[in-house]
Design a protein around this ligand. Sequence first.
Ligand code: F6R
Length: 614
Amino acid sequence: MCGIVAVVGLPRAIRVVMDGLYSLEYRGYDSAGVAWPGRGGLNVVRAAGRVSELAALLGDRADAEVETAMGHTRWATHGVPCERNAHPHVSADGRIAVVHNGIIDNYAPIKADLEAEGVVFRSDTDTEVVANMIAREYRGDLVRAVEAVIPKLDGTFAFCIMASDQPGLLVASRRGSPLAVGVGPGFNMAASDAMPIIPHTRRVVFLEDDQVAVITSGACEIRKGGRSVDYACTEIAWSPEAAQKDGYAHYMLKEIFEQPTVLENMFRNRLRLPPSSDADPEFLFEGLNIPDDYFRGVSRIVMLAQGTAYHACMVGRNMIERTTKIPSYPEYAADFRYRDPILDPSVLVIAVTQSGETMDTLHAVRLAKEAGCKVLAVVNVVGSSIAREADGVFYLNCGPEIGVASTKAFTAMIAGLYFLALRMGQIRGSIDRGELRRRVLDLLGIGARLNGILATDGAIRRIAAKYKNASNFLFLGRGTGWPLAMEGALKLKEVSYIHAEGYDAAEMKHGPIALVDENMPVLAIALQGSRYEKLIGNIQEIKARKGKVIALASLGDKRIRDIADDVIYVRAESGIMNSICCSIPLQLLAYHIAVARGCDVDKPKNLAKSVTVE
Ligand code: F6R
């Protein structure tokens, strides 16, 4: 949460920072600001609202001939969103400016001390305390001052700091919040993720906790504990174009439509199916780093995640248990980490996260590692904290997901967990060889099938227009339809602000049915399969209470047309295909309802893409 970007050594540095802030807006967008050094001291411009408000305020100054600048886009934690609480924050003596992502837990006693020394604070933030702590230590050596302050801070941070009298120097550090340093010829950058960096350089260093980056135009030094340390750059493969809308009205829509390609690539690049029907499929992993033997002895699998990623784990549980015969449990990382869970080294922990930075998931991973568990991360963002701390990584390789509501990462997580399930099943011999081959063959054709689902877009838009004024929505499903119902409801409430709940349809009679009347649209995931009849029963019960039913049904199902008000048809497939195929209409429904209601689908209010605070 919150985005930081800073540069030293590029011409028109404020423009570079502003462009970077636009690409980081998914991390928070309730106020924004920039700072750059000038002859008379530090210049700071801040605005409440989005980066575009800041751009309007800056005007031509965005193109000033300066080579050092830093900026911030905020998701408020301490202090309401307003100009006064926007970053950068400047020390009372005007010498030090700080942009910060994270929360300083012990800021209150430090603030009281500083106030007792006569420092007058102008904001309600924890960050202003840090600016003043550094100013108190600063005697012309910014690196030393920052290194003196860091050990005194409890909590999480990614900072970038500048001093009024050292215009060609930026100092950055992190603990718990992500920070990447971009290394270029004649310039260096720091940012919350690689996105603002890649238009300028693909060479990135992901800082470790408590490291300090000292960047000037000609040098990048990384320090820890007061000394220089060696570092290696990662080459980022994402192209800057991957972060464009490509003619789509919104990132969310673009990302929904990218799913056939993302999933097709995931399987094509990682699976080989030799032509001979006796040959076993080969799974190609980079970075899994866990010997096959380990999987033979796994007693239990715990999947850790939050939000949409948790729903992917709920779907994954069914696939993993069926394929590997290992008992598997999705867990909200935030609950798990504080529950004193029962763990031992035979428990495999799978952390599932798009950003790789979700604070609760990261801490739950650390807890599991301390208990001796192996941790496998299923992650999208390369080099993210969870990817680095896990024993092995399965990268989703979806490309940047910029829409705040997760879409392509969700289906990629389901596919990634399935991929791991098949490989573990192969190692453990818990899946029949012929069956494994059949399932792999199925996966290799996923792109074409998903393109078929996307063709329902027009029909879904018409249904969205009909239900756009609803105040509440219920989503029901059984089996893997249950987590999909939860995800459909989450997507709708996130982007359209319609109150929505997702339930296992079997729970309906245990409470939610009390809400059903003629004003309650109910989306029922009712594909033909083992629980179809039970769902038809649920739909009848809703209709008997005058509820409106939108059914997600198997192509060719005529019976459902007579009982549901609206039907979205998808071609019924095998287990995993159904889960992925049903996800897409749910995403499209949420998207079109939100657009019809005039909502900002890519940046829903109060949300941020990556939840790096508790
Ligand atoms: C919803 C959404 C969130 C995230 C959750 C976990 O659309 O995006 O619920 O899924 O915050 O984020 P990651 O996957 O980055 O750990």
